[in-house]
Unconditional design. Structure first.
Length: 214
């Protein structure tokens, strides 16, 4: 069976796996964004805590994904939960780092003006600094999403959801007629999801960022 005939016969299954893949990625990036932005906001103005969180989140990104998933089998079992936890860990570094960089790049004169207007520290952070840093934070989220999309496919190793199931199925029976089609179909699905997420971030950037900060 040629590849295009294969796609026509299994498009519904690929669509279902693609939706699962997108959902687990989006959930992990959402959780990582809440944690990462919060940690970045708490540490960006202090050198030692800032360096510590960057070092810790950098370590997460260096752990081989198969090794981490294997470790999580004994801790969290198999399925969606360990995949989401692993993806959150992998997604943290770009978001934390970009939050810190974005907040530190805010013009001090703007912050001082806001202080002179009587805004409290929390008000300055939420109303002035965070909106100005948002484009940089969004870039970190974009990078984290692409990282999570790729690693989510490996989550099939521990019965996670998504397109990795077809990829692993193809690799496990590499000599069968449809093995290559399974791998190519899963890989193509991940690539299409990456493009769609990227377009979503372009739209999100235009909707949530004022022209003055672009």
């Amino acid at each position: 069976m040629d590849f295009f005939t294969y796609l026509g016969s299994r498009w519904d299954n690929l669509l279902e796996l693609g939706i699962e893949h997108a959902a687990v990625t989006a959930l992990a990036v959402l959780v990582a964004t809440v944690i990462g932005v919060g940690v970045g906001m708490a540490t960006y103005s202090r050198e030692r805590p800032r360096e510590l969180v960057i070092a810790v989140t950098s370590v997460f990104l260096t752990i081989p994904s198969l090794a981490l998933f294997g470790l999580f089998i004994s801790l969290l079992g198999i399925g969606t939960t360990p995949v989401v936890v692993a993806l959150v860990l992998y997604a943290l570094l770009p978001i934390v780092a970009n939050t810190i960089v974005g907040l530190r790049e805010v013009d001090p004169a703007i912050v001082e003006s806001a202080q002179g207007m009587g805004l409290s520290r929390a008000q300055r952070l939420l109303r002035i600094e965070l909106p100005l840093a948002w484009p940089v934070i969004l870039t970190g989220m974009r990078v984290s999403t692409l990282i999570a999309l790729g690693i989510a496919a490996i989550g099939a190793y521990i019965s996670g959801p998504g397109l990795g199931n077809d990829i692993f199925a193809g690799l496990s029976r590499i000599s069968s007629p449809n093995a290559l089609n399974l791998v190519l179909g899963g890989t193509l699905g991940v690539i299409i999801l990456a493009i769609l997420f990227d377009l979503l971030y372009v739209l999100l950037y235009r909707v949530t960022t004022s022209r003055g900060t672009r």
